[in-house]
Design a protein around this ligand. Structure first.
Ligand SMILES: [Cu+2]
Length: 164
């Protein structure tokens, strides 16, 4: 392999490496590392996770999400009911003033239905989040095998259970 090819290869790899941490700002909100777990191509749904920090003194609410890669996106939560974990749709998610809300496996998540195609590990797809006060922001969801650092407690007990 000549040097030029090597450099070209590095240039292609670099953005994926930098993708390890990516974040967004909208109004008083800070959105940290949107990600989705890489799933088999036949999986009918996917879920997106991220952390929303509210740096303002006013509470906000996440009202909904949309993405061109799925026919439908819903806000979901996991609940314990009669000793069973299950998912249910929620109309909105409150983001308290000065607080943060984690969207993570076994917690709140954006559920994606009617996927045109299951995203592959290392890919990214756009997701628009709409907040009551801060408005809308388009983020890129990084598709990866493992939960990001700091979310490792979730690895292992959510794999394979994320089904409707
Ligand atoms: Cu769900």
């Amino acid at each position: 392999m000549n040097l030029r090819k090597t450099l070209l290869g590095l240039a292609l790899i670099l953005p994926a490496t930098l993708a390890q941490a990516h974040e967004y700002e909208v109004g008083q909100l800070h959105i940290d590392h949107p990600w989705s777990r890489a799933l088999p191509p036949v999986a009918p749904t996917a879920a997106a996770y991220f952390v929303v920090h509210n740096k303002g003194s006013e509470a906000d609410r996440l009202l909904g999400a949309s993405t061109p890669v799925a026919g439908k996106a819903e806000l979901h939560e996991h609940v314990h009911q009669d000793g069973v974990m299950k998912m249910q749709q929620v109309q909105d998610v409150a983001i308290p003033a000065g607080g943060e809300v984690k969207f993570e496996p076994m917690g709140y998540h954006v559920m994606l239905f009617n996927l045109k195609q299951q995203a592959r590990n290392g890919e990214r797809f756009p997701l628009t989040l709409t907040f009551e006060k801060a408005g809308s922001v388009e983020v890129e969801v990084a598709v990866q095998q493992e939960a990001p650092a700091g979310h490792d407690h979730a690895v292992g007990h959510d794999a394979g259970k994320h089904q409707h």
